[in-house]
Design a protein around this ligand. Sequence first.
Ligand code: IPM
Ligand code: MG
Length: 357
Amino acid sequence: MKIAVLPGDGIGKEIVAEAVKVLGVLDLKLETETALVGGAAYEAHGHPLPDSTLQLAKASDAILFGAVGDWKYDKLERALRPEQAILGLRRELGLFANLRPAICHAPLVGASSLKPELIAGLDLLIIRELTGDIYFGQPRGRRTATDGHFPGADEAFDTMRYSRPEIERIAHVAFQAARKRGKKVTSVDKANVLETFQFWKDVVTEVGAQYPDVALDHMYVDNAAMQLVRAPKKFDVVVTGNMFGDILSDEAAMLTGSIGMLPSASLNASNQGLYEPSHGSAPDIAGQGIANPLATIMSAAMMLRFSLNQAEAADRIEAAVGKVLEQGLRTADIHSEGTTRVGTREMGDAVVKALRG
Ligand code: IPM
Ligand code: MG
């Protein structure tokens, strides 16, 4: 089993090191190879996703990814910005299914900005389509307007589009995931305004007919944003397009107390996957040893479960994370009175200890 390790920028290096440490204590034959990605790769090779990194990713069963980005690259032309590395990997590997679970760990109920009763026991799964929509739709660019409100003015445009097979395959992922959980799918769209998302709703409804055992409902994205903070426990599986999923998954992450707790999986049709925390590179705290490594450690667990067929090892890691939280260990982002504040490395060491114990 070969894993490409791509730590990236900012806190990426620190948190990925802890996840690799945790993987190392499992009794598994894992071969890892590390490569540069994002700003770090741009500095060394002049490109955020060098061909050598892309080839390594393609040749691996799974990719363990940290985070990319730093404000200092904001002025680079778009094609060279760190974010292009993750977008390029998604596109080149066809990683169309993004799974972002938002689970509230009991000891962290108080860390949420919502009332404890709203989020105690929360367990929802956002399934975000990841290779289509306005993120990748062509054409896009800048030009001089020939119509609209200001003909003759400079303008910019992107294209929102989805094809039937793209919607069908992500809908199947959602219904199949729901079958293994609460048997309920909420499809999030903007069918009241957008042609693309009326089509999305129609196709999801058609696919849903093949899953009579799973309840399907539809929600406009603005309402979904509201319901997520009003009654988040009413959701089981949420399926949506690339851009709405980007926004709603950050919102869902925060329900659980900290975005530092949320893992994610991005899968292609052959279950090859990229695993990364849902949060970013946090350049403001990079190098200080205070970042929360748990989202990355739990991403490694998802990797074992979805791409490497090691569900038992995945369960063990998740149980170990639960144990360190029960012990009261907290990184700065989830720290509260009466708990013990630890750094990135201590948190990783505690998970290793819990695994061994
Ligand atoms: C995410 C991130 C990315 C996205 C950025 C870094 C391109 O926000 O994975 O949610 O927008 O998809
Ligand atoms: Mg995002």
